[in-house]
Design a protein around this ligand. Structure first.
Ligand code: ATP
Ligand code: MG
Length: 416
């Protein structure tokens, strides 16, 4: 038997239904907030991720799927969505002469070579949004609130942990202070952090292994290194989040793993088990660093698999069961032909229905109809059909009645 590659999964059953439910919620919200869908390739030039996500990030040093294609080009399966969106923005000059905010979203698979565990796969799905062309913290607040209210609408209780990383100058000063504080204790931290102190010191604050280590509890605080302008942005963000009624708290350990973030950053953390469901921030220099004009931007990404896990544990799934409005029962060839024709009319009129496409016995068809929670059964039989009639059973009251075949679609629409 050929099995799936390690770290991948088949989306099946209730998980598939929750995934569809999440996608619908996303589509609805994106229309309300005026974000447009963008779909970029699943593979890109390797260089794109080295130049955006950063050479010394976990993703680029140990998690990407890199390969040479048959034309000897270096290709990488996308580990995240922002780099491709920015590449596309620049390549297609989506910014044009616009002075409004360019608001985009994606929902697609990402690839990271990680150690698989619950909520951590090698192929996974991220929903993300990106807003370009505005540095106003009001758009940061809008973006943050979209993730928060998506969770809210899905019944997931979460808190947004917010922080400011400041501009490049304050981050540099803070990083120096952090390194000076950590250097004498570095042997007491994990082996990854011993490397990070030279390559990506801020990332030490986000270390999963050392998170309860006293040394990390007493690090210098980034808030003491921010410029007045960054402080003001952060303050404005908080007042906008208050207006939007987003449940947030300030957490100076939030640094995000990728190189491109600056100023306001945040993570969505589930109240139930403290799992991080998503995160985002400002990236005011990425468009320029990738060869585009200087365009500020802000965005976040959320892991759909982690949402599915959370939803599965916390909500009533009965409304996600497979259901149809109508089940049409047929046995012989003539009945089957009528069933097929009626089913087509119903389906084209937005009535969900199922037919016996398996030559099941009547008894089995009743069972299937019950499993599908059909509201009405159309029990076709040759005698009735010859008189132009359909035998309809209301599956809740068990009441049966005859309806003219010519009227059946209207009758169902009127009684559903
Ligand atoms: P973590 O610290 O959990 O590794 P991260 O900082 O690498 O997360 P991001 O790059 O910020 O994650 O991605 C945003 C979201 O995408 C995460 O919060 C998570 O929900 C999801 N995600 C990231 N990596 C994976 C993965 N390997 N499998 C499933 N979901 C993932
Ligand atoms: Mg990670």
């Amino acid at each position: 038997m050929i099995t799936k590659p390690k770290g991948t999964y088949d989306l099946l059953g209730v998980d598939a239904k929750i995934s569809t439910y999440i996608s619908h919620e996303i589509e609805d919200m994106m229309a309300n907030y005026n974000y447009e869908l963008i779909r970029t390739p699943i593979f890109e030039a390797t260089e794109l991720f080295h130049r955006s996500v950063g050479e010394n990030t976990d993703i680029v040093t140990k998690e990407t799927y890199d390969f040479k294609d048959r034309g000897d080009r270096s290709i990488t399966l996308r580990p995240e969505g922002t780099a491709g969106v920015v590449r596309s923005l620049i390549e297609n000059k989506l910014y044009g002469n616009r002075n409004d905010t360019i608001k985009l979203y994606y929902n697609g698979t990402m690839y990271r070579y990680e150690r698989p565990q619950s909520g951590r796969n090698r192929e996974f799905t991220q929903f993300g949004i990106e807003a370009f062309n505005s540095s106003d913290p009001m758009i940061d607040a809008e973006v943050i609130s979209i993730g928060y209210y998506l969770l809210n609408n899905l019944g997931i209780e979460a808190t947004v942990h917010i922080n400011s990383l400041g501009d490049a100058e304050s981050r540099k000063k803070y990083t120096e202070a952090l390194v000076a504080y950590l250097r004498p204790h570095i042997k007491e931290l994990c082996s990854d952090c011993q490397k990070r102190i030279d390559t990506n010191p801020l990332r030490i604050l986000d270390c999963k292994v050392d998170k309860d280590n006293e040394i990390l509890k007493n690090t210098p605080k980034i808030s003491n290194y921010l410029s007045d302008e960054s402080k003001d942005r952060f303050k404005k963000l908080k007042s906008y989040l208050d207006i939007l009624e987003v449940n947030y708290e300030i957490n100076d350990k939030i640094v995000r793993g990728l190189d491109y973030y600056d100023e306001n950053v945040w993570e969505y953390i589930a109240d139930s088990d403290q799992v991080t469901l998503g995160g985002g921030g400002r990236y005011n220099h990425l468009v320029e660093n990738l060869g585009g004009p200087s365009i500020p931007a802000v965005g976040f990404a959320m892991g759909i698999e982690r949402l599915i896990l959370n939803i599965k544990e916390n909500i009533d799934l009965s409304n996600l069961e497979q259901m149809v409005d109508v089940y049409i029962m047929s046995v012989n060839e003539e009945e089957k032909m009528h069933a097929l024709e009626i089913a087509q009319y119903l389906r084209l009129n937005n009535i969900s229905c199922e037919i016996n496409s398996n030559n099941l016995s009547l008894k089995s068809q009743f069972k299937v109809a019950d499993n599908l929670k059909a509201k009405f059964l159309l029990i076709l039989n040759t005698d009735d059909l010859n008189k132009g009639l359909i035998n309809v059973k209301d599956n809740a009251t068990k009441e049966e009645m005859k309806v003219d075949e010519a009227e059946i679609v209207d009758w169902i629409i009127g009684n559903i």
